[in-house]
Design a binder for this molecule. Structure first.
Ligand code: GAP
Length: 508
């Protein structure tokens, strides 16, 4: 198997060739970090959205949905803190002319030291076998202790400098730790500057009276400002949640990782409103609940991990990321944040409108606290796609690329393939297509040999291929081929719907 970088490239090119993801504006040489979803990509994306929406909104009676506008009053972004503080520290290398996020450079440097420690630990584990005491080793082995001390001191200084917005010290730290530009290999850095990530545009027809507005950098604020509208109209009682799926826009400084870091992307967010003082217990609840959702997709639990935030945003009293092992390493897929009453409080203050909840049982008014779950749809797409990508050598020496998507997420569930383009086989196949297409996403294809058609369906991750042959005309049976085992079984046409249904919803 290719190394991870090569593997990542292969996945990107597979996604393009097989109609999942295209670079945006390709005929004009593309638009950086913006992508279009092709025919199979949009199906996969919709299936992920549906799975999230069903599990959040349909299965939780105390969560309701919302679809708020992308454009919002510009004061919303003042209140939320985005105008003043939604920025990343950036730095340029003067030789390569490449731009980096200063925090990412430092974090990657720390990861390299962490990897060294881990290597030492693993070597020792093999040497000492069962009697190995990792805790003891980490606190007594000189090299490990020194490296750990390096990590701790860099982290302490780095977060302190960032916290004080002392960007000169961030630059000094980068220089002193010997971080070099991965492209030029030099330490010829510019000053570090803060760069606001929000895109802005003008609203209004005449330039003079046009107002500057922002493209939302998160969907969450649309939920906060509608808190009372939703609570009253849907008659919700605390604790309750509001869920939303929608586009968000960020002018990312470094956006070179395909769907992982895009400038236009989609979020699936849920704000859960709770009584002050109960937020940490709901935070723990949502941590568990969201991890369950991820593993219920059929991807092994070992591909996920929590990463608790050491440095909390000023408005949060707990925060964690669910990280996924992408081909580019373990990276954030979802954030779970206990945001206190920061957002509702800030909107109340700036708008002058009350955003409070009246608790009928205790007859008190209060500003609810909020626990948020925020997952990137495109990152989930990338997680599912990269986990499902397989290059297989078959027994007959040939090779195939298969996407073994969890069946319920597969863009096409059933391929309907007449063995030949004659002898009434296409007509019979069309009949089957017409009977199944209202229940499942089906794909009809009669061109090319059956073997090539199977390969194409493997490459887009279709769990079932149904072949209509001459025997079908005699006894109304077909062969059904399983994508993963490649085994074929002959079954009566009437049984197809049930078999497919069972595979897609195994527990039902
Ligand atoms: N409302 C909270 C919020 O927006 P965030 O951690 O900034 O929190 C939430 O974003 C999720 O959105 C991330 O975990 C990630 O999956 C996704 N996301 C953020 N920036 C992204 C980008 N530039 N491209 C793709 N997905 C992104």
């Amino acid at each position: 198997m290719a190394n991870n970088e090569e593997l990542f490239k292969k996945i990107i090119s597979h996604a393009k060739e097989y109609g999942f993801v295209f670079p945006s504006s390709e005929i004009y040489d593309g638009l950086s970090a913006v992508y279009d979803y092709g025919p199979f990509g949009v199906e996969l994306k919709n299936n992920i959205k549906e799975y999230w929406w069903e599990s959040m909104v349909r299965y939780h009676e105390n969560i309701v949905g919302l679809d708020s506008a992308i454009f919002m009053h510009p004061d919303i972004w003042k209140a939320s803190g985005h105008v003043d503080a939604f920025s990343d520290p950036m730095i340029d290398n003067k030789d390569s002319k490449k731009r980096y996020r200063a925090d990412v450079l430092v974090e990657e440097h720390l990861q390299k030291i962490e990897d060294k420690i881990q290597k030492e630990v693993e070597k020792a584990r093999q040497r000492f076998g069962e009697s190995f005491d990792e805790q003891m080793y980490r606190t007594t082995n000189q090299r490990v202790v020194e490296n750990q001390a390096k990590i701790d001191s860099i982290k302490t200084r780095f977060y302190a400098s960032l916290g004080k917005n002392d960007l000169a010290d961030v630059k000094a730290l980068i220089e002193e730790t010997g971080i070099v530009c991965p492209v030029s290999g030099t330490k010829n850095w510019t000053e570090v500057r803060q760069f606001n990530l929000m895109f802005s545009t003008q609203m209004g027809s005449v330039n003079e009276d046009a107002n500057m507005i922002y493209l939302r950098p998160e969907t969450a604020q649309g939920i906060f400002v509608n808190f009372l509208n939703v609570q009253k109209s849907a008659r919700m009682k605390i604790p309750f949640g509001i869920a939303q799926i929608g586009k968000a826009f960020r002018n990312e400084i470094v956006a070179r990782q395909f769907l992982f870091r895009m400038r236009e992307f989609e979020q699936m967010e849920m704000q859960f409103f709770v009584k002050p003082g109960e937020e940490l217990q709901w935070f723990e609840f949502w941590k568990k609940e969201r991890m369950k959702w991820h593993t219920s997709l059929g991807i092994p639990a070992s591909k996920y991990r929590f990463h608790d935030h050491e440095k909390l945003a000023h408005y949060a009293n707990a925060a964690t990321d669910i990280e996924f092992e992408f081909p580019i390493g373990f990276k954030e897929l979802e954030g779970i944040h206990s945001r206190t009453d920061f957002d509702l409080g800030a909107h109340q203050k700036l708008s002058g409108k009350k955003l409070q909840y009246f608790d009928q049982e205790t007859s008190e008014n209060y500003t609810p606290y909020v626990v948020e779950t925020s997952i990137g749809l495109d990152r989930t797409f990338l997680a599912v796609l990269s986990h499902s990508y397989r290059e297989e050598k078959l027994e007959d020496g040939s090779e195939r690329v298969v996407l073994n998507f969890p069946a319920r997420l597969a863009p096409v569930k059933v391929a309907i393939l007449p063995l030949m383009k004659k002898d009434n086989l296409p007509e019979k196949a069309r009949e089957l297509m017409d009977s199944l297409k209202f229940s499942f996403q089906c794909y009809y294809e009669e061109k090319d040999t059956i073997g090539r058609r199977y390969r194409r369906m493997d490459a887009i991750g279709t769990p079932f291929c149904i072949t209509i042959d001459h025997q079908t005309l005699q006894d109304n049976t077909v062969t059904i081929r399983d994508r993963d085992t490649m085994l074929q079984e002959r079954i009566p046409i009437e049984g197809i719907s049930e078999i497919v249904q069972k595979k897609i919803f195994p527990a039902a």
